[in-house]
Design a protein around this ligand. Structure first.
Ligand code: NAD
Length: 477
């Protein structure tokens, strides 16, 4: 069954665990997008004119409603994406944390003051851009919504969110909760649809900024569309993040982090550690340990509390991952675990946790983002080789280095071409921690201070305060 089918203007959301229709929604076309932009432009004036403290209070109220509703938000995300229910609920709860963090910032967004030029006083103001568009993928719907929508709202923008066509329902609910919290109508809106809907929004001349999270080709497309009116862009795209394990590492923790890093959300995480680079001297035992742990992970119905890994999001994603596995076989890869569908499941888009050993750097699975529960293993002998392998990809999102040698950890962190380096740790995210990609993985960042830069513009004001005639050339003029 198709992951999403559009019948005239109807969007069918398919539950990937059951392959049944979870919901039917009306698609917003170019006219609805233009109307949403008009409403947003109008509402933004009111929103930006409010005191920061008032915006803060409303965001705080919204956070509470989101937290109170996380069971329902989680259910919607599980039905739409196959994400395990406990994870989906926890992610919605973390969404509330984003709203609280940005509520705390809303009344503290200040510019700089420059007083060092005699007779002059200059300062900068941080101003909202205006109408801001957020285009989202499907892998963490409620969490990504809150992480990307809260910063521009706190900074005084109105926001239009275009969730993925595969997972639109938690977005609609989050926007309803915002209205319940008292955020003025039009300040936060959701439009429903696929690429055409996203395209209509991203090319609208009255949209001043865009935060896009998704694949590289779509990011490139949006960047081109945005160029016509020079919209401010934050782009967060894919990854092929390395987990680099040296022979002196805490191997028990490294093995656990490796399994969590590739199987969490069935590997559908932009920062998933999808390439295990392991020192040759420990490779055989370490890979055997990782394979043993991966084989114990419980794959199944995402609503079952015992389940640790659910299906992948859609039949399209399922077919894409199976295609990568076929390519791996045809290129001579050694699949030591998994390698295909989960045969015990009658229905649903399940992929077995898969480990591919002795991967050659030239193989497709060494460099392309699979976005599924598939781990590729490569080995190295020296630190220089580890770095070379780590950087041998067009992506540069996250990285994970495991060693007890502090000097080596710092040398690796300096050499790795990625926006985030985790030392002896799995993925850590928080509202205030920068998170953005290098190379094809992105531009700017949606967290912390980067997020503020992405959705504001800086205005300099210079005042001549000297009580003397205006100096300068052309006397007598
Ligand atoms: P996608 O690029 O197919 O779609 C992303 C969004 O863009 C969807 O809402 C889609 O409808 C919309 N879209 C498609 N064409 C468009 C167009 N022409 N104009 C405007 N919008 C358009 O990506 P996906 O399959 O939903 O998500 C998976 C990708 O997202 C992976 O590559 C993953 O690594 C990446 N991702 C990155 C991050 C990050 O923080 N860097 C986080 C999550 C996911």
């Amino acid at each position: 069954m198709s992951p999403i089918s559009t019948v005239s203007d109807t969007l069918r959301v398919i539950n990937p665990a059951t392959e049944e229709v979870a919901a039917e929604l009306t698609i917003d076309g170019a006219d609805e997008c233009a109307a949403a932009v008009d409403r947003a432009t109008e509402a933004q004036r009111v929103w930006a004119a409010m005191a920061g403290e008032q915006r803060s209070e409303l965001l705080w109220r919204w956070a509470q409603l989101v937290e109170d509703d996380c069971a329902e938000l989680g259910r919607l995300d599980t039905e739409d994406t196959g994400k395990v229910l406990s994870d989906a609920r926890a992610q919605a709860r973390r969404g509330a944390r984003h709203a609280r963090y940005w509520a705390g910032k809303a009344d503290k967004l200040v510019g700089q003051q420059f007083g060092d030029v005699p007779g002059q006083f200059s300062y900068t103001r941080l101003e909202a851009l205006g109408t801001y568009v957020v285009v989202l993928p499907w892998n963490a719907p409620a969490h990504s919504f809150m992480a990307r929508a809260c910063p521009p709202l706190a900074c005084g923008n109105s926001v239009i969110v275009k969730p993925s066509e595969l997972s639109p329902r938690s977005a609609i609910r989050l926007a309803e909760l915002a209205v319940q919290a008292g955020i003025p109508t039009g300040v936060l809106q959701v439009v429903v649809g696929g690429g055409a809907t996203g395209g209509a929004l991203c090319s609208h001349p009255d949209v001043a900024g865009i935060s896009f999270t998704g694949s590289v080709p779509t990011g490139q497309h949006i960047a081109r569309a945005a160029a016509d009116t020079f919209k401010k862009l934050t782009l967060e795209m894919g990854g092929k993040s390395p987990i680099i394990v040296f022979d002196d590492a805490d191997l028990d923790s490294a093995a656990r982090a490796t399994v969590l890093g590739i199987l969490n959300n069935a590997g559908q995480v932009c920062a998933a550690g999808s390439r295990l680079l392991v020192h040759a001297s420990i490779a055989k035992d370490f890979v055997a340990e990782v394979a043993a742990r991966m084989s114990k992970v419980r794959v199944g119905d995402p609503l079952d509390p015992q389940t640790q890994v659910g299906p992948v999001v859609s039949s399209g994603q399922h077919e894409k991952i199976l295609g990568f596995l076929d390519t791996a076989r045809s290129e001579g890869a050694r699949i030591v675990l998994g390698g295909g569908r989960v045969t015990t499941q009658q229905r649903g888009f399940y992929i077995a946790p898969t480990l591919i050993d002795q991967v050659d750097p030239a193989m497709t699975v060494a460099s392309e983002e699979i976005f599924g529960p598939v781990l590729s293993v490569l080995t190295f002998e020296t630190e220089a080789q580890a770095l070379e392998l780590a950087n041998a990809t067009e992506f540069g999102l996250s990285s994970y280095v495991w060693t007890r040698d502090l000097g080596r950890m710092i040398r690796m962190s300096e050499g790795i071409e990625a926006g985030v380096v985790h030392g002896n740790s799995n993925l850590m995210l928080d509202s205030g921690l920068p998170f953005g990609g290098f190379k094809q993985s992105g531009l700017g960042g949606a967290y912390g201070d980067d997020a503020v830069s992405g959705c504001t513009r800086t205005k300099r004001v210079t005042l001549r305060i000297a009580n003397t005639p205006l100096p300068g050339p052309w006397p007598g003029i």
